[in-house]
Design a binder for this molecule. Structure first.
Ligand code: IPM
Ligand code: MN
Length: 335
């Protein structure tokens, strides 16, 4: 597997993830890659074609976090996002971004267990659009949302297959009352896929209403399926209501397995706490467990996930101070 520590707290949280994987008895063959803001500033390169090709040859990619310090003028917005993260998602066809949430004691979503299946290759992220007459009073900017039947269907199909293995409920989140073209495609694909899963309960919410229900009734969800941008926003909210973004794990999956999948915590590089030992590695550790599950190492994946859930519960109940390495040790100890 390829390890991309990245910037800020990225390498610190990944070190704990790898520590835990080793403690679970899984022997990984790792190769380290320097990518991210630091690498870009040193080399002028975001992601070269040859490095991308090399990465495509691995079984899995584990990424910490990439990004410059907030407000940095050296790396303009979009350079790393589009050039590295989105490029990996698009070129490796990582069409599902799976983000599980388990609310810790004291959180709004205490005791809840739900997952968001975010479409990961289309929507407003696709890059459709452009700008005309830039810098003039007549400037025009458009940014379209790309939704293909192929892309929408395969994402929704994944959500139903996941729900069939869980509590058998899928909620579609969109904005069909305003986004009448894309929303209509999503709704029809959803109904068609649902018809082949009669044992799975279905629901629909507009995204604005879903923001209320994520806070007021998070226990109603099992699997949520939604488009790329709604999924981006809702999963930060999912993190916030279930105990903090430091717990939010993600798997960027290529379920067709035409190449490697990529696993990363939802949080960013958090330069403000880099090197202080304050970063919570649980999201990275859980992401590594999702990687093991995808690679067929079901038993260690299950054990690590259980250990992470126990540890996050214990941490939520305690007022003790902890450090990044101590949390990694504690999870490893639970194995
Ligand atoms: C995420 C991040 C990314 C996204 C950014 C960094 C491109 O916010 O993984 O949620 O918007 O998808
Ligand atoms: Mn995000």
């Amino acid at each position: 597997m390829a390890v991309i520590g990245g910037d800020g707290i990225g390498p610190e949280v990944l070190a704990e993830a790898l520590k835990v994987v080793a403690a679970a008895g899984v022997d990984l063959d790792t190769a380290y890659f320097e990518l991210g803001a630091g690498h870009y500033l040193r080399s002028g390169e975001v992601l070269s074609d040859s490095v991308l090709e090399e990465l495509a040859g691995f079984d899995a990619l584990l990424l910490g976090a990439v990004g410059p310090p907030i407000g940095s003028k050296e790396v303009p917005p979009g350079v790393l996002e589009r050039g590295l993260l989105l490029r990996l998602r698009f070129e490796l066809d990582l069409y599902v971004n799976l983000r599980p949430f388990n609310g810790v004691p004291g959180s709004i979503a205490e005791g809840c267990d739900f997952a968001v299946v975010r479409e990961n290759t289309e929507g407003p992220y696709a890059g459709e659009g452009g700008v005309l007459r830039r810098g003039t009073p007549h400037e025009v900017a458009t940014q379209g949302s790309v939704n293909t039947r192929y892309g929408v269907e395969r994402c929704i199909a994944f959500a139903f297959e996941l729900a069939a293995k869980r509590r058998r409920k899928v909620t579609l989140v969109h904005k069909t009352n305003v986004l009448t073209y894309s929303g209509d495609l999503w709704r029809r694909c959803f109904e068609e896929v649902a018809a082949s899963h009669p044992d799975v309960e279905t629901g629909y919410q507009h995204v604005d209403a879903a923001c209320i229900y994520f806070v007021e009734q998070p226990g109603d969800y099992d699997v949520v399926v939604t488009d790329n941008l709604f999924g981006d926003i809702l999963t930060d909210l999912g993190g916030a209501v279930s105990g903090g973004i430091g717990l939010a794990a993600s798997a960027n999956l290529n379920p067709a397995r035409t190449g490697p999948s990529l696993f990363e915590p939802v949080h960013g590089a958090a330069h403000d706490i880099a090197g202080t030992g304050k970063a919570n590695p649980l999201a990275a550790i859980r992401s590594a467990a999702m990687m093991l599950a995808h690679l067929g190492e079901q038993e260690p994946a299950r054990r690590i996930t259980e250990a992470v859930l126990s540890e996050q519960t214990a941490m939520a109940r305690s007022t003790d101070k902890w450090s990044t390495a101590a949390v990694g040790d504690a999870v490893a100890g639970r194995l």
